[in-house]
Design a protein around this ligand. Sequence first.
Ligand code: NAD
Length: 265
Amino acid sequence: MTGKLDGRVAIVTGGARGMGEATVRRLANDGAIVVIADMLDNDGKVLAEEIGGNVAYYHLDVRDEAQWHALVADLDTRFGRIDILVNNAGISHHMALEEISSADAARVININLIGPMMGMGAVAVVMKRRRAGVIVNISSVDGLRGSNAKGAYAASKWGLRGLSKVAAIEFGGHCIRVNSVHPGAINTPMSNPTGSPVDAINARMTMVPMHRMADPDEVAAVTAFLVSDDASYVSGAEIAVDGAWSAGYIQPMLPGAPLQLGDTQ
Ligand SMILES: NC(=O)c1ccc[n+]([C@@H]2O[C@H](COP(=O)([O-])OP(=O)(O)OC[C@H]3O[C@@H](n4cnc5c(N)ncnc54)[C@H](O)[C@@H]3O)[C@@H](O)[C@H]2O)c1
């Protein structure tokens, strides 16, 4: 069977767990050679071994420019190509504005924004040489609108949304596409660290019009589309995968309000 990504070389940052893991599994299933680039060495190695075949683990701290260049040089030597970069690694941060220290803010911005910037710069050299490449930056619903307690996180994710557009413009003439994906509430260790039952969480999801979290596979499917040739003219776009969370707000007292609390779809 031929896959849509046969023979392509992909890097997925933060690929050791959560949405990154789902993306690794999906791209590998579509035929790509996939590099899990993460700092969770044990989880990453176990995952690579479990999937087997064309999946490998590399230690990468996305903040470290030198590590990015070493990874890219190694893959270029081995394969002579890097076709896909998914900048997925990220950390969450919830704090009122007056509580945020500059150290907190710098940590969030360094991982969620500067990391992807360094990654795009590093892979661009190989992608430009081959006049081919696709980059997906995993931003957030918090990169599309505001929310309390998200001062540093939203700043990083809005920044990543803007950075994606800059890259789409700079790289467009080199046949490299860049898009941002904006997940809403996704059931991963980040948003559900204790592994609570999904139904219990969904019962409280009144702010999301679809009244439920998503499975990480539902985001991975959108990323897989964006990195495939099916999206050959999609660049500079922002794709919400958020059950309509960013579409507007619910007016509970007016007709057309969504489901009752506890109902799911
Ligand atoms: N889970 C959600 O509801 C949600 C919603 C919107 C956006 N996002 C974004 O999706 C992405 C994936 O999130 P997730 O929910 O799977 O989170 P997660 O915490 O389950 O996984 C994040 C991964 O990133 C890795 N990582 C963190 N810092 C790193 C660094 N400096 N270098 C390399 N790897 C690093 C972690 O080791 C981990 O494997 C993040 O960018 C997050 O901000 C998540």
